[in-house]
Design a protein around this ligand. Structure first.
Ligand SMILES: Nc1ncnc2c1ncn2[C@@H]1O[C@H](COP(=O)(O)OP(=O)(O)O)[C@@H](O)[C@H]1O
Ligand SMILES: [Mg+2]
Length: 292
């Protein structure tokens, strides 16, 4: 598959009273069509900064982004964005909130066709019985289901998710990961998801892009995750490579994320068993599973 989205030399600098602060520097990544990528890194390293440049909500200070052969300029309906909590209009029902976008993007379709699209996606995310409830009548997890349905309903070229399950308890988070991956499997929309949850990244992704710490954060390592799809959580966790990959990610976050320009170590041989002893994190390092 060819590269569908190219982030080349992406750089973001903010002016500060003490001179320009370089947040992200020379971030390079090629994403294939239909790929699911997770972006992982410590809190404050610049993950959301990268995602917001892709969303067109923040302009790169250097470098550029090409999506489906065109250079990006500003936001557009070709990219669907899901944030930690969805911005739903409180006086509108779940259905009406999704229709808001569908009406704009599919304005040539009939009202009935548009209603079918909104109903279909809300049903797929498990809200078939709650179409006409307002956000105040929905739990946080259900509101995020609306956010996911809304993003997919607009049939974007690319889906951008910024810690979409960060606010949810772990059971709801597992359920919504399943909802997301099932929708992604059916639609094969190219996806980039920011997370700091190692297990979430391993369950969902084709590749995990590890970012180094800021300032001047960049791609530190890219880890291939080729568990067979469709994935089932238990099978993934029992896969012989699971703990090896998990350990590699944790090692990156605990050690290598803090170093600049460090090359990735050679991959462990396929027969290597996971290390029996986990290296202890230095006291000043945030544990990788902690919320931001
Ligand atoms: N508008 C801004 N002006 C100055 N600094 C900013 C601005 N937005 C974000 N930053 C800084 O950029 C860094 C990266 O932020 P962010 O991309 O939100 O990190 P992450 O998503 O990885 O937690 C942080 O140090 C943050 O303080
Ligand atoms: Mg962030």
């Amino acid at each position: 598959m060819s590269d569908y989205c190219q982030l080349s030399g992406l750089t973001k600098t903010y002016p500060t009273p003490r001179g320009p602060a370089v947040i992200v520097k020379d971030f390079n990544l090629n994403i294939r069509k239909g790929e699911f990528i997770s972006l992982i890194g410590h809190s404050g390293c610049g993950k959301s900064t990268v995602l917001s440049m892709l969303a067109g909500l923040s302009e790169p200070s250097g470098g550029g982004i090409i999506l489906a052969g065109k250079e990006l300029a500003g936001p557009g309906p070709d990219r669907g964005v899901v944030f930690q909590s969805p911005c739903l209009l409180p006086w509108m029902t779940a259905f009406e909130n999704v229709m808001l976008g569908v009406d704009q993007v599919f304005f040539t379709a009939s009202r009935e066709e548009r209603a079918q699209i909104a109903t279909y996606y809300l049903t797929v995310v498990g809200l078939g019985d709650s179409l006409h409830k307002r956000p105040s009548e929905l739990s946080q997890g259900m509101r995020q289901r609306v956010g996911i349905a809304r993003a997919f309903a607009l049939k974007p070229k690319m889906l951008l998710l910024d810690e979409p399950f960060g606010m949810l308890d772990s059971l709801t988070r597992y359920e919504l990961q399943q909802v997301l991956i099932e929708l992604w499997r059916r639609n094969r929309i190219t996806a980039l998801m920011v997370t700091h949850d190692v297990d979430e990244a391993l369950f969902l992704s084709d590749r995990i892009v590890c970012m180094t710490d800021g300032p001047a954060a960049e791609v530190g390592e890219v880890i291939e995750v080729d568990f067979p799809r469709p994935r089932e959580r238990k099978a993934v966790m029992e896969h012989p490579d699971y703990y090896k990959l998990r350990e590699e990610l944790i090692q990156f976050l605990e050690v290598r994320a803090h170093r600049k320009g460090t090359a990735a170590p050679p991959p462990p041989s396929a027969s290597a068993s996971p290390p029996a002893v986990r290296r202890r994190a230095p006291a000043d390092i945030e544990a990788p599973m902690n919320p931001a």
